[in-house]
Write a protein that binds this ligand. Structure first.
Ligand code: ASP
Length: 493
């Protein structure tokens, strides 16, 4: 029997997951529950729960007769409501736990259960990530042979990161000024808030520099601090080259053996990607209803159109004219990683897959990919940079009822670039970093609540763009390295 190619298997898993999730959301997305007296928690005399995908209401009466309620409203039209169940877990943990125990709709129960299974797949990927990065990076650097090659590759990589992120932000700025989603759309009106304190951009970036010098490399490995791991492994490999001789041979042989085993493990895990992706898609679509998308339609459209422009026009042009690669064939080779990035919303989580695809399916030399990809997953985030710029300017439009002046937009652009460098490659990391940009232009951080409910979906898009840009970077740097009179190092598979 002919075996279906992996990217098709993953695409089918994704579509099936989305189809099942949407059907569940339509037919089993609503539930009204009146908890029977014999099941009530002892502190309550009544508990009623209404669950629909973007609106949850929990009403309860305490033993002393006080009436209370908690609301989750994804569209943020209800004042004081939480935007997501996660937010409710923080603000009213008891109500959230009653909801979990008694009131979830079938769609939510199935969705959250499939999320648990999807998370097992992500855990498998996380399991191989650190040893894969370390062995791969040691192989790559010790294979380069001399420090000068590393220096030139480093410069080219950083230049690529900066240029593509700047291009992404520019596209975002143009889109947000053309579509004006905060003025055109019918998103919830501005919530008045106060500008709050927090860490400054300087502090956050200095944190990153500190991360590059781990006081205890073993602890950094244990805590999966990618930047610390990369900088220590880089230093270790460079010094192995400096020591040279038998030592270098031994280090290289050990790393190669480890890398081979880790790659075999990664390939085995990749075979589970269709199921993992199905579960993650099912979760997102079963628990998110259409209402929230309607209220933020223009905002969603702006972000997605800008991301698409960058991913489908700018990066392919770079791929074609700088890397001299066929963009369609390259995207096909990368599709397992891109689809997993989409459904997991984590570029760090996808990293083992990205490495495997770039090397085994796209034929990029390990010496380039082992350097460009781990670093890129941490600091090169075109999708996130673009998203931050659009989201903050959208909030600015809502808050002021007008487009922000050009100087402010420039501040947003620069801070968005820096924030994307600081953001971790995990789900929703962009939201956390956005606080820095909001502060830089004096916008209240509470207004982030407006976009919270759709962040997961946009995270899926921007994470795929992040991974796509890192992967294109590999081809570009590999081509430039080859062009600078080095012996051919690109595998042809
Ligand atoms: N989820 C993104 C990533 O992993 C980061 C972000 O939240 O923008 O690349």
């Amino acid at each position: 029997m002919m075996k279906l190619a992996l990217h098709w298997q993953i695409a089918i898993g994704m579509t099936l997951g989305a189809f099942l999730g949407i059907s569940l959301n339509i037919y089993g997305g609503t539930r009204n529950t009146v908890v029977q007296a014999d099941k009530l928690p002892t502190t309550l005399t009544s508990l009623e729960i209404h669950d629909s995908s973007n609106h949850i209401k929990i009403n309860w009466t305490t033993a002393s007769g006080e009436e209370h309620s908690a609301i989750v409203d994804g569209t943020r039209k209800t004042p004081g409501a939480a935007a997501t169940v996660d937010e409710l877990r923080h603000t009213q943990p008891e109500a959230a736990s009653w909801f979990h125990q008694f009131g979830r709709s079938t769609a939510r129960v199935v969705g959250e259960t499939s999320q648990l299974i999807g998370n097992l797949f992500l855990r498998l990927l996380q399991m191989v990530a650190v040893p894969l990065i370390i062995t791969s990076l040691i192989c790559g650097i010790t294979g380069l042979g001399d420090a000068a090659s590393l220096g030139s590759m480093f410069l080219r990589t950083i230049l690529y990161y900066i240029c593509t992120s700047a291009a992404a932000i520019t596209i975002g700025l143009i889109a947000v000024n053309v579509f004006r989603p905060g003025i055109t759309g019918d998103a919830a009106p501005a919530v008045q808030g106060t500008e709050t304190g927090g860490q400054s951009l300087g502090t956050l970036l200095f944190d990153q520099v500190e991360r590059m010098i781990p006081t205890n490399p073993i602890a950094a490995i244990a805590d999966s601090h990618f930047l610390s791991i990369i900088s220590f492994t880089l230093a270790f490999s460079i010094f192995a080259v400096i020591v040279g001789g038998k030592t270098l041979k031994a280090v290289r042989a050990a790393a190669e053996a480890g890398f081979e085993v880790m790659m075999a493990m990664t390939m085995a895990i990749i075979a589970l990607a269709p199921l993992g992706v199905l579960c993650l898609m099912l979760f997102v679509t079963a628990t998110q209803g259409p209402a929230v998308f309607k209220s933020l339609f223009w905002y969603l459209l702006t972000v997605i159109a800008a991301l698409m422009t960058h991913a489908l026009i700018v990066l392919p042009l770079i791929l074609k004219f700088v890397a001299r690669r066929d963009p369609i064939a390259y995207a096909k080779a990368l599709s397992p990683a891109l689809l997993t990035a989409f459904s997991s919303a984590s570029s760090n989580g996808t990293l083992p897959l990205t490495l495997a695809c770039v090397e085994n399916r796209a034929g990029v030399d390990n010496r380039v990919s082992s350097f460009v990809l781990p670093l890129g997953a941490t600091i090169n985030m075109d999708g996130t940079a673009l998203y931050e710029a659009v989201a903050v300017l959208f909030i600015g439009q809502l808050y002021h009822g007008a487009v922000l002046p050009l100087e402010q937009q420039l501040i947003v652009a620069i801070t968005a670039l820096l924030a994307s460098i600081g953001a971790a490659g995990i789900p929703h990391a962009g939201l956390v970093m956005m606080i820095v940009i909001l502060q830089a232009v004096g916008l209240p951080i509470e207004m982030q609540g407006i976009i919270l409910a759709v962040d997961r979906v946009l995270d899926m898009f921007r994470t795929s763009v992040n991974v796509w840009s890192d992967s294109c970077g590999c081809a570009v740097v590999a081509a430039l390295e080859q062009g600078s009179a080095k012996p051919s190092s690109v595998k042809t598979t």
